[in-house]
Ligand binder design. Structure first.
Ligand SMILES: Cc1ncc(C[n+]2csc(CCOP(=O)(O)OP(=O)(O)O)c2C)c(N)n1
Ligand code: SF4
Length: 249
């Protein structure tokens, strides 16, 4: 298979420069490199800018309700265990509306790959705060809620018992390798994709990420992974933070 076999003819409607373009292209390439056929892959999409990817990737797809892509993916996998099943959505969909599904799919070790495209905002609805919005990021709901603690997707997945947890900046050279490893993993796998929203986020830009990410080597040490997930000092650890042997069998 070629990357183009996984791409629809439609031109994406994202803002020029949006990080979603990279996930779209890199995921298509990764699925082709995994030697999968488009019909062997089913992707459940959330509602949001990220979820619009369902219109531009050529696989079996289900564009569901906001916050519900993960249970859709779980249901697809249960009905068709032969398929490679992914859920693609935003930090709003997976960590606000659908947090419960995220936690329980990780806890149950459902055999799906979750690509959580973290742009720090509810972007399709023009930039309100989600549970991942840093306190310093201007947004349309600033002042309404105190962001006492932001949710950290890799840390939450680790706490819930996920066996494969990764974080990647969408512009890093090995993003595709990380996606491929996540899809290969049997059991629940998470890739938090750090993806700039060039329209509503003036701080966490491509340039910002290039200065602040540090790659780590894949580990099987849960405590270390938890530390890497939490980070600190404005340095964000990227790579496969945690990978344990297949628990799904
Ligand atoms: C149940 C439900 N609640 C709220 C909405 C409104 N809504 C549509 S898109 C969206 C924001 C999506 O944000 P996120 O999941 O972070 O994805 P992004 O657009 O940032 O990629 C919201 C709140 C909805 N469609 N359905
Ligand atoms: S609003 Fe942000 S996330 Fe949505 S398409 Fe534009 S740049 Fe991308």
């Amino acid at each position: 298979m070629e990357k183009t076999d996984f791409l629809q003819a439609a031109v994406p409607t994202w803002c020029p420069g949006c990080g979603n373009f990279l996930t779209w292209q890199v995921l298509a390439q990764s699925l082709a490199d995994l030697q999968l056929q488009p019909a062997e892959v089913a992707i459940a999409y959330d509602i949001g800018c990220s979820g619009n990817m369902g219109n531009f990737l050529r696989t079996s797809a289900f564009l569901g309700l906001h916050g519900r892509a993960i249970p859709l993916a779980v249901g697809i996998k249960q009905a068709r265990p032969d398929l490679t099943v992914l859920a693609v959505g935003g930090d709003g969909g997976f960590l606000a509306e659908g947090t419960n599904h995220f936690i329980h799919a990780a806890r149950r070790n459902d055999d799906i790959t979750v690509i959580l495209i973290n742009n720090h905002l509810f972007s399709l609805t023009t930039g309100q705060a989600t549970p991942t919005t840093p306190a310093n990021l201007p947004n349309k709901t600033a002042g309404l809620f105190k962001q006492a603690k932001v949710l950290n997707a890799p840390a939450l997945a680790l706490t819930a018992g996920a066996g494969f947890v990764a974080r990647a900046f969408v512009g890093q050279a090995d993003y595709g390798q990380i996606l491929m490893e996540a899809v290969r993993h049997r059991g629940f796998s998470l890739v938090e994709a750090l993806s700039p929203c060039v329209t509503f986020d003036p701080i966490y830009t491509f340039a910002w990420y290039r200065k602040h990410i540090r790659a780590v080597k894949p580990a099987a040490d849960w405590k270390k992974a938890r530390q890497w997930a939490e980070g600190g000092d404005d340095i964000i650890k990227v790579g496969i933070l945690f990978k344990q042997a297949d628990k799904s069998k």
